[in-house]
Design a binder for this molecule. Structure first.
Ligand SMILES: [Zn+2]
Length: 414
């Protein structure tokens, strides 16, 4: 019988909580007071790693009563996805905890974040920016630039920005499993802020139609509710419709951030798959020129000969093309997208040719085939095969779950 995974917590100041998991410290520091250590956050830190390892979780603070009631179902869902059995959670008896009145929303500056922030603006008191999720905690340059935009956006929206910094992803069972742990990570931060916030919105990355086992999901996010209520928001709207909603608004046009590859150290690199996809959508809406955080033109040749990796990318391309055809605008972009629909799946098949197929060729042809695929990979708009790290915006490490691999869209830039 393996030992329990032990999680403890201590409030080191009114703004900072240090959690200790398996002897490793994980710090969550906020820019305002009201940080508190609660059992719900301890479980959010340890549960997925414990499920993976088949170990009980031992905590030193009480769960809130509501979270304790939901924990079994939460474990059943993650257990089903990960092919694991629910584990025991050992600790003090659950206690009721009155909710605070504040309402917040996670805000990275991405499409999903802006959509949630703008559609719940009247209700929101604060936006929550986390340095240490999609931006590595030691990447201070990118962190500062993203923070500068988030501060300006929050100020323009008339909301407080709660700035959070955490080294959570240095804890490898979470950092290396980000595809399945990022929802719990948001719960950890939200519960730590529960001395101020009683309800927190989690902007959805995927629509209900595109759901698959994933760390932030409309089935599981609400079940993390405890000290703070968690709300999965915006899964009924496609990314294209969200962009159409944002296209006419001045604040996203100044501050939108979608890129997690940041090639050349650029805020939105304007080259990766996600930048390209967003720029295609904005140009189809006639809005790309207004979005100042994309400071390079859309390369239509790249659009034309880009890889189409999966159903979601094909669906997106068809949606944009349909809109362009209906409006009769931008025939050059429409033409490039038609090419992409014809060529993209073929390029994807070639770029992702399994290595084992080379073995059927003689050595000389093997070398030629590998060199050709290398060139294609380098010229494809994401620069990498789809078997690369999952996720997204945030994820620079592979998920290991039993669910299908999502395309490299970004989860963590919400
Ligand atoms: Zn990019």
């Amino acid at each position: 019988m393996s030992s329990a995974l032990v999680v403890t917590a201590r409030e080191v100041s009114e703004r900072s909580v240090v959690y200790t998991v398996e002897g490793q410290d994980v710090t969550v520091t906020a820019s305002r007071g009201g940080a508190r250590a609660v059992g719900d956050a301890e479980v959010a830190l340890g549960l997925v790693p414990a499920l993976r390892a088949g170990r009980a979780v031992q905590i030193d603070r009480p769960l809130t009563t509501g979270f304790s009631d939901r924990l079994q179902q939460l474990q059943e869902i993650f257990g089903s996805w990960l092919d694991r059995h629910p584990v025991h959670v050992e600790g003090p008896a659950p206690e009721p905890l009155p909710h605070c009145n504040g309402v917040g929303a996670f805000f990275s500056g991405g499409v999903d974040s802006f959509y949630t922030a703008l559609t719940h603006l009247d209700e929101l008191d604060a936006l929550i920016f986390v340095h240490g999720f999609d931006i590595p905690v030691d990447d201070n340059d990118l962190g500062e630039e993203a923070l500068r935009h988030a501060r300006a956006a929050a100020a323009a929206l008339g909301k407080e920005l709660i700035e959070v910094r955490t080294d959570l992803r240095n804890y490898r069972p979470v950092g290396n499993d980000w595809g399945f742990t990022h929802g719990a990570a948001m719960a950890l931060v939200a519960h730590t802020l529960s001395g101020h916030l009683g309800k927190v919105y989690i902007p959805a990355t995927y629509t209900y139609r595109d759901m698959f086992p994933w760390g932030s999901h409309p089935m599981t996010d609400p079940l993390w509710s405890g000290a703070t209520t968690m709300v999965h928001d915006g899964a009924h709207v496609t990314r294209l419709d969200k962009l159409a909603y944002l296209a006419d608004q001045p604040i996203p046009a100044e501050h939108l951030r979608v890129c997690w590859e940041n090639r050349g150290g650029r805020f939105n690199c304007c080259e990766c798959e996600k930048c390209t996809r967003t720029m295609i959508a904005l140009r189809s809406l006639g809005a790309l020129n207004r979005f100042r955080t994309f400071d390079r033109p859309l390369n239509l040749n790249k659009v034309r000969f880009g890889v189409l990796r999966d159903t979601a990318q094909k669906t997106f391309t068809r949606q944009v093309l349909r809109q362009l055809d209906e409006r009769g605008t931008d025939p050059d972009l429409a033409d490039a997208l038609r090419w992409r629909l014809r060529i993209g799946p073929v390029r994807n098949a070639v770029v992702n040719t399994p290595e084992r197929l080379y073995r059927r060729l003689d050595p000389q042809r093997q070398q030629k085939a590998k060199a050709m695929v290398r060139r294609l990979r380098q010229s494809s708009d994401s620069g990498a095969p789809s078997t690369d790290p999952v996720s997204a915006s945030s994820d620079r490490s592979p998920g290991r779950g039993s669910g299908r691999r999502p395309h490299r869209d970004g989860q963590a830039i919400v």
